[in-house]
Design a protein around this ligand. Structure first.
Ligand SMILES: [Zn+2]
Length: 233
């Protein structure tokens, strides 16, 4: 892996990004055209497909991680319900974080190929705060219609290369229907990571002030196989 690839994987580079028109979010340059086609197709079907999160840098992910690891940001169980930080062991905190948030350096959001989306037309009001929880996207939820449509588009291969890496519960990251990935690029980036590369990267200086890093290293095999590699292909 060359330095350019390494920096992109770890969220240390923004050179590969371009702004999505009429949005505040960047995307990988080579994924933009396909995303705009998906957005147009959604519009034809009555949805206003909006991005709520796209590229995240290593430092942004580290900030989320460190807040969760120190009890400053809510931890959720698999159902998306709040769990009490003070009642958990360090190891329980680690795996509670990993259920919903990637280890910095290993978030698919670093690549610019992965986006969290919602339907602006389905918002119940302008003051509604989007949670990105199963309740919102499953049957009966406000974004169910969008995701039902996306289910069909992905299945019929009319989603312009986008799919859901976290479609089902594979025992690692919780199902995240809102998380779309541009497969033609993301499968290449995912392919650059094997367990040896993972171990080597964890020894980098970027990880030195990451909370729980010693526990991450102790559990690195499980983390790599259950939370990083364990996605729909
Ligand atoms: Zn996501």
């Amino acid at each position: 892996m060359n330095k350019e690839q390494k920096d992109l994987l770890l969220g240390l580079s923004i050179d590969h990004l371009i702004q999505i028109p009429a949005s505040a979010f960047p995307i990988h340059k080579e994924a933009l055209a396909s995303f705009l086609k998906l957005r147009d197709s959604a519009q034809v079907n009555g949805f206003d497909l909006q991005v709520i999160s796209s590229f995240r840098s290593f430092d942004q992910q580290k900030s989320i991680w460190n807040k969760k690891a120190s009890g400053q940001k809510t931890l959720l169980n698999s159902k998306g319900e709040e769990i009490i930080f003070s009642k958990l062991s360090k190891e329980e905190v680690l795996f509670a974080i990993l259920r919903w948030s990637a280890l910095p350096g290993f978030s698919r959001h670093h690549w610019g190929t992965d986006l969290d989306v919602y339907d602006l037309n389905s918002l119940p009001g302008t003051d509604y705060e989007i949670q990105l929880t199963p309740q919102e996207v499953d049957s009966g939820g406000i974004f169910y219609k969008l995701h039902n449509w996306l289910d069909h588009e992905i299945k019929n291969q009319t989603s312009f290369g986008f799919y859901r890496p976290y479609q089902n519960d594979l025992g690692g990251v919780a199902p995240e229907k809102w998380h779309l990935s541009y497969r033609p690029l993301s499968e290449n980036f995912a392919g650059l990571l094997d367990d040896r590369v993972f171990q080597d990267l964890l020894d980098g200086e970027e990880f030195r002030d990451l909370l729980l890093i010693d526990l991450v290293k102790e559990n690195s095999d499980k983390i790599f196989h259950s939370y990083i590699q364990n996605v729909e292909r």
